[in-house]
Design a protein around this ligand. Structure first.
Ligand code: ITT
Length: 198
């Protein structure tokens, strides 16, 4: 079974390859196919955007395709950056700039809790149809300052209380064991195993 992993984000590709390492599938990356422009992520939910991306790349490739949409939801900022996590502030803003903007906005709402979650909605499209869907989330707190050099994106400001560390301060396997993408792709791995047995 071949499965197109439809993401342009290299950090996601690395995590997904590791999470599906033991699954009986041949993973194909977008970089293995002729280049196509990226779809516009017009959905208002992670689930809508995951379906939209998987449908788009499945139509282009003719392959069984998985896509995921993920991001950081901060309660005190009414869910921002949310589905706009990759574009927050400006599409080319650096993460330190984004962290500074988040800290500033949180400081203006110091009465609110700093609770947050990472969300990963995953969709598999077979032809036109949704073959499998799942959503993973991990609960945490926005740190007082960035810490750690591992992971990617917002990991340095995502403090995970059970580890007493941010997700950028732990080993990759420790992040994958608890985080949103790990949950979603482990559910996908179960679905693949069940399919492979039929
Ligand atoms: P594709 O759409 O091509 O998959 P993308 O990076 O644009 O790539 P998203 O629209 O799903 O993907 O945006 C995800 C953003 O959410 C990502 O760029 C990070 O800013 C943030 N994010 C998602 N998962 C994360 C994680 O595990 N750790 C830190 N930040 C994460």
């Amino acid at each position: 079974m071949r499965l197109l992993v439809a993401t342009t984000n290299r950090d996601k590709v690395r995590e997904i390859r590791s999470l599906l390492e033991a699954s009986p599938v041949d993973l194909v990356a977008l970089s293995d196919l002729p280049p196509v422009s990226e779809p516009e992520e017009t959905g208002e939910t992670f689930e809508d955007n995951a379906r939209l991306k998987a449908r788009y790349y499945a139509a282009h490739s003719g392959m069984l395709t998985v896509a995921e949409d993920s991001g950081l939801v901060i309660d005190a900022l009414d869910g921002e950056p949310g589905v706009r996590s990759a574009r927050f502030l400006r599409p080319d803003a650096s993460y330190p700039e984004r962290f500074a903007a988040i800290f500033e906005r949180l400081a203006a709402r110091a009465d609110r809790p700093r609770t947050a979650r990472f969300v990963c909605a995953l969709a598999v499209i077979d032809g036109q149809d949704i073959a499998f869907e799942t959503t993973g989330t991990v609960e945490g707190v926005i740190a007082q300052a960035p810490a750690g050099t591992g992971g990617f994106g917002y990991d340095p400001i995502f403090y995970y209380p059970p580890y007493n560390a941010t997700l950028a301060e732990v080993e990759e396997h420790e992040k994958l064991a608890v985080a949103h993408r790990g949950q979603a792709f482990r559910a996908l791995a179960k679905w693949i195993s069940a399919l492979a047995r039929t």
